[in-house]
Design a binder for this molecule. Sequence first.
Ligand SMILES: [Zn+2]
Length: 265
Amino acid sequence: MVLTSALPNLVSLEIEVADPLAETQRRVVGVDVGQRYLAVTASIQDGASFYSGKQVRAKADHYARLTKRLQHKGTRSATRRLMAIAGRERRLKQDCNHLISRRIVEKHPQSIIGLEDLTHIRERTKRKHGKCASKKQRKANRHASKWAFAELHGYIAYKALRSSSMAVKVDAHCTSQACPRCGYTSPTNRPNKGLLFVCQSCHYSLHADLVGARNITLRTLLARQDWASTGSLSVTPDVSSDEAKAARRLRYAELRWSLDASPQL
Ligand SMILES: [Zn+2]
């Protein structure tokens, strides 16, 4: 199979890769991206990894604040500095996304790498202002910069192909609210939208970002199982009808994170 990929800043690139097969892509890993950790991965065989990016995040926030100040000035020299800062900020994020994607892909060769369909990511990171904003939200708002998650996904998908892996997108619906142990799904499973996930039904508790990554892994496992049984791999969630969406979410509700119950890989 010849794969053509248009990466940002590259005209086009062609690489020769082997056709993916359900037999060769034996492992599954889920990747959650977000504000606290740029990426968290969960896999049944290799456990979890957290990619913090705290320092680059602070630097990106610094650039974003500087940009805001310079925009207010509006002088010609301010404009020149703005352009330079924009370039530096873009390169900073690109370098970090390259690094994270490379580490994830190198750690998970011959895998199906599950990513969230980010179409609705804006909904999840919507900012609240004023009186209604909780303490936690005001803290989150301190992130002056937006991270380029779509770019990070793109890099992972591209690099995956070079190590006999392949990225697929899964439905992002409620990945942070569903209990991976009992399936109970509710926003109250994240008390105060905090760091800890606490299932209000079975009291299972875990780092909230790891819950997201595990749910993505489970959904990716489902896609892989369907691939093995039907011979066709769905690389993005089917959004053609409400019925398809509802049927998929019913199947998601049956998924459980348990080492014993995991399908033989
Ligand atoms: Zn539970």
